[in-house]
Design a protein around this ligand. Structure first.
Ligand code: FAD
Length: 533
């Protein structure tokens, strides 16, 4: 028997999410991380609505929210000259509290079940780490670096080095490399990244400024884009006491001067870190090989514009998680793990494209900057008006990609019934759909409970049934595959109308595998297909 069923390499948000997912499924897994402890370094700060839906299913959404930006704080996006001058443009976004009210009042399927949550990556990682450490089947080992591995065909032998230099060998049934953009696991598999690397380079500084948040005269928000020649922007972090400044500048001192210029108030501040970071739009040729899989930044690198980096990786973790569990539990057929690359690489490809779309938009309005932007002259006024006219269309692309977040659908998967071409993939519009491969749209039932909360978290397939439709053969067909299965009867004409079918087969990740108004001719074949046989 292997030392562990799944060895996860890398405790970034993706590896940690996978450890929590597998741990909740009772799979024995070991998470190794080369760092001694989570680092207090800034990176992502927004979990999107889909990530928060997935965290709700895992039962951890409250812990993530409680650690993040307080629920009443607005999420507005500004374009400014400084924090003390009237903003050039303001794009309002609801606080979590307001968004929850909007979701509670929604009657169609156009909204997610959970709103986004601003939480800094340096806060999220410790939260996920402590959740993973509470799960009895998960071993979390910081200070452990993977140095090499061998896929032996029936297991993987990993060579690990403890930070004190002690070597350690770990055998695992499967290995998942969640080891970030410079992934050694990917390199050892000789899988290449394709696309555009090092497109631009910014500096990012993290500041502690205790008195700023309450004193910003133009109002609180999430992002303050500065209309300047350095593409500067200031981001509120979850504590409201920390801020990151991004700017195309060469030195830490210049970053401090830029901060002073943007804040434009005499406030004490402390620079906690400052480092350059590069923009990339890259996708791996493949998401794994043999018993070794890759997830997160190891396989897709996007420009943070649009927030599709970690959020795409969380989707990877959830997809590979249930498929590994099903395979290890003995009922998953070979197509389950094979489908991971097919399903998630297409999402990676679309999200790299979505990030390019958003980043190109942002560059368009920034290109309208002219040195006279502050001038109280007709020319200065024209510069401001022209920049805002472009931003009105182009900046929204970074902040309103709800279609990319919620509307992704697995196309051409061996686990999904084929109904033909299907609806187009939109970045900025979410059109709810029960087309096979889609995420089950969220709708409130008559009693104001959510359909997904009736399904729970586990490894089971679910047949949603309306009007007591004939579901004969399903239970037996799934029994033959060994996969857990349940029927959920719903008596709700409104929801039936939105979903459009009397029967819908959901996978354990609540993506739709099949839909119809009567059982298919060969239910056993459908069950075998959905379970990867
Ligand atoms: C400025 C900025 C802002 C961003 N904002 C957002 C946002 O708002 N929303 C969003 O979704 N994304 C955002 N991102 C992207 C996001 O930060 C990344 O997508 C995310 O960190 C990827 O997570 P990961 O777990 O795949 O990889 P990482 O976070 O890179 O984690 C990989 C881990 O693996 C460890 N590791 C590497 N090699 C080994 C080894 N050999 N052995 C053991 N451990 C190893 C590393 O130490 C690291 O802890 C942003 C990024 C930047 C730079």
């Amino acid at each position: 028997m292997a030392d562990t069923q799944v060895l996860i390499v890398g405790a970034g948000p993706v590896g940690l999410t996978l450890a929590v997912d597998l741990g909740k499924r009772g799979i024995r897994c070991t998470l190794i991380e080369q760092k001694e402890a989570p680092a207090f370094l800034p990176k992502m700060e927004r979990c999107n609505a889909r990530t928060m839906e997935l965290y709700r299913r895992m039962g951890i959404v409250k812990r993530v929210r409680d650690a993040g930006l307080p629920r009443h704080c607005p999420m507005d996006v500004f374009i400014v000259l400084s924090l003390v001058e009237p903003p050039l443009w303001r794009l309002p976004f609801p606080s979590v509290a307001q968004a929850e009210q909007e979701i509670a009042a929604s009657t169609d399927a156009a909204m997610p079940l959970e709103p986004y949550q601003l939480i800094s990556q340096y806060t999220l990682e410790p939260v996920l780490k402590s959740i993973a450490e509470e799960l009895p089947s998960v071993a979390v080992r910081y200070g452990h670096e993977l140095t090499a591995f061998t896929d032996n065909g029936d297991s993987v032998a990993a060579h690990v080095r403890h930070s004190d230099g002690t070597p350690l060998d770990i055998t695992a049934d499967y290995l998942v490399g969640c080891d970030g953009g410079a992934s050694d696991v990917r390199k050892q598999l000789d899988i290449k990244l394709q696309g555009d690397g090092n497109i631009g380079q910014f500096r990012q500084a993290l500041y502690r400024i205790d008195d700023l948040y309450e004193r910003i005269p133009i109002g609180n928000g999430r992002h303050y884009h500065v209309a300047d020649a350095h593409s500067s922007f200031l981001i509120t972090q979850d504590s409201t006491r920390h801020f990151t400044l991004h700017s195309i500048l060469d030195s830490d001192d210049e970053m401090d001067r830029m901060l002073e210029q943007v804040v434009a108030m005499p406030l004490a501040y402390q620079r906690l870190s400052c480092a350059p970071w590069k923009q990339n739009l890259l996708l791996a040729d493949s998401y794994g090989r043999g018993r070794v899989f890759l997830a997160g930044d190891a396989v897709h690198l996007v420009i943070p514009t649009g927030g599709l980096g970690m959020n795409t990786g969380v989707g990877d973790a959830v997809d590979i998680g249930w498929k590994l569990a099903a395979t290890l539990n003995g009922w998953g057929g070979p197509n389950l793990l094979a489908s991971y690359d097919i399903e998630r690489r297409q999402v990676g490809e679309r999200n790299v494209a979505a990030s390019r779309f958003a980043a190109t938009g942002r560059r368009k309005w920034r290109a309208m900057y002219r040195p006279n932007i502050r001038d109280n002259t007709p020319e200065g006024s024209k510069t401001r008006a022209d920049l805002i006219a472009v931003a009105e269309v182009e900046q929204r692309k970074s902040n309103e990609m709800i279609g990319a977040e919620l509307g992704y659908r697995y196309v051409g998967s061996p686990l999904i019934a084929d109904e033909g071409e299907g609806p187009a993939h939109e970045f900025m519009t979410y059109v709810p759909s029960t087309w096979p491969g889609a995420r089950l749209p969220h709708v409130w039932l008559k009693d104001h409970t959510a359909v997904q909360d009736h399904i729970g978290y586990g490894d089971h397939y679910t047949l949603l049934r309306f009007n007591g439709a004939d579901a004969s053969g399903f239970a037996q067909a799934f029994r033959q595959t060994g996969a857990p299965f349940m029927i959920l009867d719903l008596d709700d004409p409104h929801v039936r109308e939105i979903y459009g079918y009397d029967l819908m087969l959901l996978r354990p990740d609540m993506h739709i595998a099949w839909r119809g108004n009567a059982p298919p001719k060969d239910v056993a074949k459908l069950a075998r297909m959905a379970t990867g046989h």
